[in-house]
Write a protein that binds this ligand. Structure first.
Ligand code: HEM
Length: 489
């Protein structure tokens, strides 16, 4: 059965154009589009996926096909077509190929994990983890997350050693906070990564750096000719070592509880799994490692861009401060944070939403079609890999008014801005395979920003504006250089 996109439901399949007619950059034998990204002779910058995407959109339109070393990919830019893709219902993704390969060769895993698997194997892993990551589950962790934030805030202006390090790159603090929060939620243990920031040998520092490096280099490995599958390269071995490091904490925590079940008392997803007693230790290690890998730098990069946007938009920062002061009027006797308190911070949520429109950690989302489908008038066969280019779409005036400006008010009713069409910005993906940590990530970012922005005014002191660079994730392209001035009321 062929499915039709919104605009083609009444058009006979026969008049839809063939897959081969989808436009795209020049393709070369064996390499496909790769030479188009070569330095000097190529038209597109491989390190700036968004800029290249905008050029290609204007050259070829909203649907583009490219091949990389024989792997064909269809890219979508129009929100209507992105909607068609998701309504089509495929939940398969072609991602984390290197991770899949590392795990297949290892004794420590019985499956590739939630990031890697497709079909029934993925569905089983997903349904067995979903419950632990809802907003309701998050509420239990919120007081502790808030404590981690207060600990960090306390260090910004008082602990001189930490302060010196954080002044050079505040991303270290954001990583530490994300690591502490994710680990508390997974294991119910307090790690105090913020103190470890000064110690390159500390376990948490190793885990944070290894997860970030793995995520950064994964795209290079997954999108190349993959010769490393036959001849393990230096980079492949390094990524394997990174995964060993990421798994250190999950292994330690799982094995200790398997030998002594009394350690499984207290909060944390692992403790509840141990009590349920249905998961094998290898499955728990795989899932917990996936959550660490997917949860730390996604959250810290997102927060990095929110803070940057606030630091260079004084009007927005002042308005946010006023909102937070109304909710929490006495700085000294801080109110306890709950989901209910956070739900009153509506401007804060718009600030985060606007920042994620412009700086989502993922340029888009990929799906592999489980059945043939018509999108934008072209017939796409089963097994086609499709990538939505939401970050590019979100930055085009064709789809968003004043697209490059940071304006949280655009989400207010009667703002005067054109309503942004659904499926334009999807920072957490969409559908049953969307980010499993979304609710936790959102609430933890709101709580972090609530305290930080209630306590400090922040300014950007970098010598030039912060940009972004896209590896597998979209990251800040320079250290985060902020000045923090305490608020006195
Ligand atoms: C601001 C923070 C975060 C952002 C922007 C983000 C974004 C994303 C995106 C775009 C996807 C792909 C969704 C799709 O294919 O439709 C994803 C998947 C995933 N995320 Fe997140 N994420 C964040 C935080 C987290 C956290 C805190 C965790 C866990 C603790 C997490 C765990 C996962 C997992 C396990 C997947 C794979 C889900 C699956 O394939 O079923 N993420 N995330």
């Amino acid at each position: 059965m062929i499915r039709f996109s919104r605009s083609y439901t009444t058009v006979a399949a026969s008049i839809c154009k063939s897959y081969n007619c989808i436009p795209g950059p020049k393709s070369y034998p064996l390499l496909g589009s790769v030479p188009n990204y070569f330095p000097l002779i190529g038209k597109y910058d491989p390190t700036n996926v968004v800029k290249s995407g905008i050029i290609k959109f204007h050259e070829f339109g909203p649907i583009i096909k490219e091949s990389f070393f024989g792997q064909e990919i269809v890219f979508l830019y129009d929100p209507a077509d992105i909607e068609t893709l998701f309504r089509q219902g495929s939940n398969n993704r072609r991602s984390h190929i290197t991770l899949a390969h590392i795990r297949k060769a290892s004794q420590d895993h019985i499956n590739g994990g939630i990031l890697v698997e497709n079909g029934p194997a993925w569905a089983q892993l997903r349904s067995g983890s979903q419950q632990a990551l809802t907003s309701e589950a998050f509420e239990k962790y919120l007081p502790k997350f808030d404590e981690f934030t207060m600990r960090l805030i306390g260090k910004i202006n008082s602990d001189k050693n930490t302060q010196k390090v954080l002044e050079k790159d505040f991303l270290l603090a954001l990583n530490a906070h994300s690591c502490d929060s994710v680990c508390y939620m997974l294991f119910g243990s307090e790690l105090d990564s913020i103190n470890d920031v000064l110690n390159a040998e500390a376990l948490t520092t190793k885990v944070i750096e290894s997860a970030a490096y793995f995520n950064r280099m994964m795209a290079t490995m997954d999108n190349g000719p993959m010769l490393w599958k036959k001849f393990p390269s230096q980079l492949y071995n390094k990524l394997k070592k990174c995964m060993d490091d990421v798994e250190l904490i999950p292994k330690r925590e799982v094995y200790s509880r398997m030998t002594n079940k009394s350690l499984a008392n207290g909060p944390g997803i692992l403790n509840s799994w141990i009590h349920e007693g249905v998961k094998e230790s290898k499955t728990m290690i795989t899932l917990l490692s996936d959550l660490l890998l997917a949860g730390i730098d996604t959250t810290s990069y997102t927060l990095a861009f929110v803070l940057y946007n606030l630091s260079v938009n004084k009007r927005v920062q002042d308005k946010l401060y006023e909102e937070l002061r109304l909710i929490d009027p006495e700085l000294k006797r801080r109110i306890p944070l709950s989901l209910e308190t956070l739900s009153r911070a509506t401007y804060l949520k718009r600030v985060v939403k606007e920042s994620m429109r412009l700086y989502p950690v993922s340029v888009g989302t990929s799906r592999v079609l489980e059945e043939p489908c018509v999108i934008a008038g072209y017939r796409l066969p089963e097994n086609t890999t499709v990538i939505t280019m939401n970050q590019v779409t979100s930055r085009l005036d064709e789809y968003v008014d004043k697209a490059l400006e940071f304006i949280p008010e655009r989400y207010e009713a009667n703002s005067g801005f054109r309503k942004i069409r659904p499926f334009t910005s999807l920072p957490f993906g969409h559908g049953p395979r969307a980010c499993i940590g979304r609710r936790i990530a959102e609430s933890s970012m709101y709580s972090f920003l609530f305290r930080l922005m209630r306590n400090y005014e922040i300014e950007w002191v970098g010598s030039k504006p912060l940009g972004f660079v896209t590896h597998s994730l979209t990251e800040p392209d320079a250290p985060l250089l902020f000045r923090f001035t305490p608020r006195d009321s």
